[in-house]
Design a protein around this ligand. Structure first.
Ligand SMILES: [Fe+2]
Length: 292
């Protein structure tokens, strides 16, 4: 397992190794867009961890999900640079937070023994990664554009799972989804977010990288946690990085099991949406056969 310090080292390695990718994050357009995004904060809704947080960590847990260790064969999928900031409810950056992401591969298989599609898995996709936020609360990942899946009879619109931890303890769990995906309305997890603005806040544009000959994309997703700086630093949380939420007994005012809590202020309040100790549900029954 990679600790936050190794993640930092990985970040440097990643940014150093990927000349093009690193340059993309510093282009004028992306920065200008970032600056425009900051005011009028909408709290990112907490969304379920789902059942497919890795049950066995991959050998490589860095922030480049396209390449496992020093392999020369990348994962199959549309290359996407995903970045954003981790912020408090008032927009203060959360530095030194560990951001974890996980998602299924292009065959709709997760790094989870119960999350494999009959089509098999892309053995070159890392499926999970970590990054330690910098002084501006920023994270970076290189991954694939998420795809829809049906697993164990449940259909989901494309999404990337996010977990934010600090001091080794989970602060926040949510998902990023695609703004332009036609069937988002069918997604049970997304429609569980009741507030329209909160729902909108997790829908992200995947935009073409200018000049990319292989159709790379960039996406920006800021996670504005419904937590104050004090809660981030001193909240009583349990659990940890590399551990699923399922059955690990959240406690205390910040430690309620998170769920779909839409709406500004929809941080850690509200009733737990699923039974304590149970596996959080994810997804909806598959769409009818005529659906894409
Ligand atoms: Fe999922």
């Amino acid at each position: 397992m990679t600790d936050p310090i190794s993640s930092l080292a990985s970040r440097r390695g990643f940014l150093g190794r990927l000349g093009l990718g690193a340059a993309l994050f510093t282009t004028r357009g992306l920065m200008a867009e970032e600056l425009e995004k900051s005011p009028g904060l909408v709290i990112t809704p907490r969304m379920t961890e789902g059942p497919y947080y890795p049950d066995k960590m991959p050998l490589d847990t860095d922030n480049d999900l396209l390449i496992i260790n020093d392999s020369i064969t990348p994962a199959v999928g549309v290359v996407s640079y995903v970045t954003g900031r981790i912020l408090t409810a008032t927009g203060q950056p959360v530095r030194n937070a560990v951001v974890e992401i996980w998602q299924c591969d292009s065959n709709a298989s997760y790094i989870h023994t119960k999350g494999h599609n009959p089509a098999g898995a892309d053995g070159n996709f890392q499926g999970y990664g970590r990054y330690l936020t910098d002084s501006t609360g920023r994270y970076f990942f290189r991954t694939i554009k998420p795809v829809a899946y049906t697993l164990n009879g449940m259909w989901r619109a494309p999404h990337i799972h996010f977990a934010v931890s600090k001091g080794g303890q989970r602060l926040y769990t949510t998902q990023m989804m695609l703004k332009d995906f036609a069937d988002n309305a069918r997604d049970g997890v997304l429609s569980g977010v009741r507030d329209a603005k909160a729902r909108e806040s997790v829908l992200v544009d995947f935009k073409p990288v200018e000049g990319s000959k292989i159709g790379e994309l960039t996406a920006t997703f800021d996670i504005i946690m419904g937590l104050t700086a004090e809660e981030v630093e001193h909240g009583k949380l349990v659990g940890g990085i590399g551990k699923s939420e399922a059955g690990r007994g959240f406690g205390g005012p910040l430690g309620r099991r998170p769920g779909n809590q839409g709406g500004p202020g929809g941080g850690s309040g509200g009733p737990p949406p699923f039974p304590p100790g149970g596996t959080p549900p994810e997804g909806t029954p598959p769409p009818p056969p005529d659906s894409p």
